[in-house]
Ligand binder design. Structure first.
Ligand code: DOR
Ligand code: ZN
Length: 352
């Protein structure tokens, strides 16, 4: 069996930089026409100029005939100013500003310490129509790690939506039923990405019968009832919800450690894994909307014209891939994946 549909986009991706980036970018570029590239490098991408240089490094790492367009983001710090927002908007290459609460996740130390103090800059973004992409977890050490998303909704998202009704916002990598309900009730200026690991797994995979560090990401996997709500949202055909892998490669030794870092590397088989989830939910016909249409509509970008073809054919994910000087263990290493990439038609999807 084969399915062919509009080429998908990945609305949330970590590519890292330099040699490490060069070893993972092709996996995404073979599948997706575009990806929103996260700015949490070290140091973070905080200016349009840095974003342009990073974009060029990504393009340089791709084969000349690649039909992939990286879409760039800036990292919001306590210092990001109005002029930079305007420059970002005018550049045409920056599609959003990423908000990490300081200390919430990997490379978030330079993040925002007090969202209310960033209100003037959010006003400018609202005026410019530049989306705010939100890592929606409180960094408050008093709050239980499994509750950090719900608490963020109450403390920050409800006020943000009230105070900036016209600002496009993406609630990134939602992990709870509460997030699904919140987003469903919002208008079309609120979108949400959903990762494949949060659709396929719950916290039992991470913790029952042993700690499995390759399933540790932030926001952390939640209980099965939340997983069920995410599957329902993703496969519902509701355009609030679209694909964002949050593929976040780390060297094997940094994950398999006494204090392992957060992030699942899913780019090696991202669209194939989503196809598995949609097939199991009896909703393969809704994969195209989620993967290829709703995100572009949210960002006000053209839908892709090329297509992707997947075929039902099992293969086994390798134990690891090259990652710069290191190895990266992919999501589902050594396990069978039901779908494989059969090909893409690249027709005019490259935007120069
Ligand atoms: O698990 C995660 N990994 N969550 C994030 O928010 C950041 C990401 C990373 O950059 O590794
Ligand atoms: Zn991320």
């Amino acid at each position: 069996m084969q399915i062919t549909f509009t080429r998908p986009d990945d609305w949330h991706l970590h590519l890292r930089d330099d040699e490490a980036m060069a070893s993972v970018v092709t996996a995404t570029a073979e599948r997706f026409a575009r990806a929103i590239v996260m700015p949490n490098l070290s140091p973070p991408v905080t200016t349009t100029e840095m974003a342009m240089a990073y974009r060029q490094r990504i393009l340089n790492a791709l084969p000349a005939d690649s039909a992939f367009t990286p879409l760039m983001t800036l990292y919001m710090t306590d210092l990001l100013g109005h002029e930079e927002i305007v420059r970002a908007r005018q550049s045409g290459i920056v599609q959003g500003i990423k908000l990490y609460p300081a200390g919430a996740t990997t490379h978030s130390d330079a993040g925002v310490t007090d969202i209310r103090k960033r209100y003037p800059v959010l006003e400018t973004m609202q005026k410019e129509g530049l989306p705010l992409l939100i890592h929606a977890e409180v960094a408050d050490p008093e709050v239980d790690i499994f509750d950090r998303e719900q608490v963020f909704i109450e403390r920050h998202l409800i006020p943000l939506k009230r105070d900036f009704p016209a600002l496009p916002m993406v609630f990134e990598h939602i992990t709870t039923k509460d997030a699904v309900e919140f987003v469903s009730d919002c208008d079309g200026r609120m979108g949400a990405t959903i990762t494949v690991q949060h659709l396929m797994h719950n916290r039992n995979t991470l913790l029952a019968g042993g700690v499995r560090p390759h399933y540790y990401c932030l926001p952390i996997l939640k209980r099965g009832t939340h997983q069920a709500a995410l599957i329902e949202a993703a496969t519902s055909g509701d355009p609030h919800f679209f694909l964002g892998t949050d593929s976040a490669p780390h060297p094997q030794h940094a994950k398999e450690a006494a204090c392992g870092c957060a992030g699942c590397y899913t780019a090696h088989a991202a669209i194939e894994l989503y196809a598995e989830v949609f097939e199991q939910a009896g909703a393969l016909d809704r994969l195209e909307g989620f993967a290829s249409l709703y995100g572009a509509d949210f960002y006000g970008l053209q839908r892709n014209r090329g297509t992707i073809t997947l075929e039902k054919h099992s293969w086994v994910a390798p134990e690891s891939y090259q990652f710069g000087q290191d190895r990266v263990v992919p999501f589902g290493a050594g396990k069978t994946i039901d779908w494989r990439l059969a090909g893409i038609s690249r027709q005019a999807d490259r935007i120069s």
